[in-house]
Design a protein around this ligand. Structure first.
Ligand code: PLP
Length: 284
């Protein structure tokens, strides 16, 4: 497996990062995951835009333009076989000689990229798609969930709750009992034919798949779509619940907190949504 680290390509076994890197000590960095199928990326420009916003929010100065990123990614895809590959990009604030909360402005960021195999490309086929069983709990993460920080301890602790109960994901709700997102996905619900997802704010990641799905549904379907606050009561009585993320695309949830979602199987609107997503995802 060839990786990229600080200007060089090398086998993963040769990659070395100092333990004084702020990414290691503080989780002081951001990341992206971009899916690619047979060498074609999905949502590259959108991922680049979110990466730039994240760097700006953290005041990390990185002298790398989109063309440079694209060059690195193409080299990694070539070296790693151009199958179905997720591309992980990671920028940390860089390395210092001592551990301190304060940081100098002139640190050289650590830049790391690797690819990993995506087992199967998502399909709009109820008999082939993996279905998700989830639990819910109160969102205990920080108030800047819109930043794609590598500091994912909150998400991991939530994810673990589900893992211990043999669940695939965990839906999160805020103190007002409103849905925010899931531990590693955004969430959509369908009620009486209307699709809804929570509005963008500090409580959730502005998912690229979320953005693309909203855009695709509005452009290519007559289905009504809202970005609005969704109470957990509404989630519990929804006809369908979907998770969205770069690797899962649109994934059907069939069980929430031990109760079936709708009929307890993949829904008809999910099938339409994933079919439209499959048909149009390379336009982004
Ligand atoms: N929400 C969280 C917390 C995530 O970690 C992710 C990333 O997978 C998402 C949502 C989905 O974002 P995207 O569609 O950009 O992959």
């Amino acid at each position: 497996n060839m990786i990229y680290l600080n200007g060089q390509f090398m086998p993963i076994e040769q990659a070395r990062i100092s333990p004084m890197d702020r990414g290691f000590l503080f989780g002081d960095g951001i990341y992206e995951v971009i899916p690619s199928y047979q060498g074609r990326m999905v949502g590259f420009a959108l991922h680049m835009a979110r990466l730039k916003q994240g760097l700006a929010a953290l005041e990390i100065r990185l002298d790398m333009d989109t063309a440079r990123w694209q060059g690195i990614i193409e080299q990694l895809l070539d070296a790693n076989g151009k199958g179905n590959l997720g591309i992980y990009l990671h920028v940390s604030r860089g390395m210092e000689t001592r551990r301190a909360h304060a940081y100098p402005d002139n640190l050289e960021p650590t830049v790391f990229a690797f690819t990993f195999e995506i087992p199967t490309e998502p399909v709009a086929d109820a008999s082939k798609t993996p279905v998700f069983r989830v639990v819910s709990e109160q969102d205990k993460r920080w108030k800047r969930c819109n930043i794609k920080s590598t500091a994912l301890l909150g998400n991991i602790m939530h994810y673990r709750t589900g893992q211990k109960r043999q669940m695939n994901e965990v839906l999160l709700f805020n103190e007002a009992n409103e849905l925010t997102e899931a531990a590693s996905c955004n969430v959509f619900v369908v009620t009486q034919g209307r699709i809804a997802t929570p509005p963008l704010d500090h409580q959730l990641l502005p998912g690229i798949t979320r953005h693309m799905l909203l855009d695709i549904l509005r452009q290519y379907s007559e289905l009504p779509v809202d970005e609005r606050i969704i109470s957990m009561d509404e989630v519990r009585s929804a006809d369908e619940i979907w998770l969205t993320s770069s690797s899962k695309e649109v994934a059907p949830v069939v069980e929430l907190d031990g109760k079936p979602v709708g009929q307890g199987k993949t829904g008809p609107i999910w099938q339409q949504a994933q079919a439209l997503f499959s048909a149009h995802k390379y336009e982004y």
